[in-house]
Design a protein around this ligand. Sequence first.
Ligand code: TMP
Length: 254
Amino acid sequence: MAPRRKKIYEGKAKVLYEGPEPGTLVQYFKDDATAFNAQKKDVIEGKGVLNNRLSEFFMTGLTNVGVPNHFIKRLNMREQLIRQVEIVPLEVIVRNFAAGSMAKRLGMEEGTPLPRPIVEYSYKNDDLGDPLVPEEYIIAFGWATQQDLDDIVALALRVNDFLAGIFYGVGIKLVDFKIEIGRVWDGDFMRLIVADEISPDSCRLWDVKTGQKLDKDVFRRDLGNLADAYTEVARRLGVLPTNNTTNIKPTLIN
Ligand code: TMP
C-alpha cells in the first residue's frame, strides 16, 4: 500500500492510521486470520472487505437504536473512519449458549443454553494470552471503575439484544461474541462507547436449523472455507458489495 497516512497501531486483523481530523482514525481491515494468540495464521482473501462491511452494518444499526459506538463512515472497501478512543484493556464477552472456552472450562456441551446472558472479561494482553479476569482485578488494578463496569455491562447487554435479534431474523443463532469498549471525552465528561469491530471474527454464529458454524471457528477448527462462511453471513444480512448479483432483493414500496 502506498504510504499516505501515519500508522498509529497495527493489530492482528486491522491497522489504525491517523484520521483526517483530530479525534478520528482510519481503521483498515486486513485479510489476515489468526487463532490461539496467533499461533495459527493464514491470509483469507476477501475477509477484510467482508468484515469492513459487516462491522459498518452492525455499528450503523447500533447507532440507529441509540447505542453509542466509534463508527463514523465507511471510506472504501477496506477502510472506515472511526472516532479515536482510549481502549479499555478488556475483551468484553457476552455468552447466550455455552461454547468455546466456557464449555471447555466447565465441561459443558457446546450449545447448552445459559440461564441468562453471561458477561465476562479478559485482560487484553497478548503476552499473557488474554486471561479471564474477575471484576475484582479490573477495579483493583484500575483498568476500569465499578461505575465503568456497570456502564459496560449495560452496553454489552444492549449490543447482545440487538445482535441476537438481527441474526435470528436471518436464521442465525448468536452463541457468544466479544466487544471492546473505548473512552471518549466531551470536555471533562467521559463516556464509554463500543469500539473495535463487530464481525464473524469476534462472534460465534450457528445456523439455527443445521447448526452449521458461520464464524471464525471455521478457521480455528479447520471446518472449511472461512470466506465462504462470512460471505453467507453477509449475503443473509443483505450487506454484500452491490456488484454481487445475488444481493438483489425485492424492494417493498409503501
Ligand atoms: P472463547 O469461548 O474462546 O473465550 O471466545 C468467546 C468469544 O470471544 C467468541 O465469540 C470468540 C470471541 N473471541 C475473540 O473475539 N477474540 C479472541 O481472541 C478470543 C479468544 C475469542
